[in-house]
Design a protein around this ligand. Structure first.
Ligand SMILES: [Zn+2]
Length: 145
């Protein structure tokens, strides 16, 4: 799903963090009259496995820099090895309610993201690039969220 201008100049692409999101990103860019070559960078809000999507592919094939908070940089190399907020048993006991989400993640291959081989690290301040997005550090969900 694509939503244009959720805020001025900001567009929303649902599930953009999944490995299968290439076509939805391409579709959204086409609706904006743009292409992959117009994407100057990827900024990860955090580096959980289901947020890496096509980051490595874009970096490798298009030369797009991938920005991540310095605390989450190690997670981009080993996306599924992170400190969990709760014991995994907590999620297993709620598996029934989570089944549609788990199935969706399995179907989109989100659990097997390609590690990002090279990242640019940010801390606080603003990121270089269009709109100079401001970093709002909110650790908790991950160390670098
Ligand atoms: Zn997350």
């Amino acid at each position: 799903m694509f939503q244009r201008d959720v805020a001025e100049g900001i567009h929303r692409i649902e599930d953009a963090g999944l490995p299968t999101s290439g076509p939805s990103l391409e579709d959204a860019l086409e609706k904006l009259g743009r292409g992959f070559s117009d994407v100057p960078a990827i900024a990860l809000t955090h580096a959980h496995f289901d947020h890496l999507g096509i980051a490595e592919r874009a970096r490798r094939e298009l030369g797009v820099p991938v920005w991540v908070h310095e605390n989450d940089a190690p997670l981009t190399k080993q996306p599924r090895q992170y400190v969990h907020e709760r014991a995994r048993l907590f999620y297993v006991t709620r598996q029934f309610r989570a089944a549609p989400i788990v199935a969706s993640l399995l179907g989109s291959r989100a659990w097997w993201p390609e590690p990002v081989k090279e990242v640019k690290r940010y801390t606080n301040g603003t990121l270089p690039g269009p709109g100079s997005p401001e970093v709002v550090f909110t650790p908790g969900h991950t160390l670098g969220h």
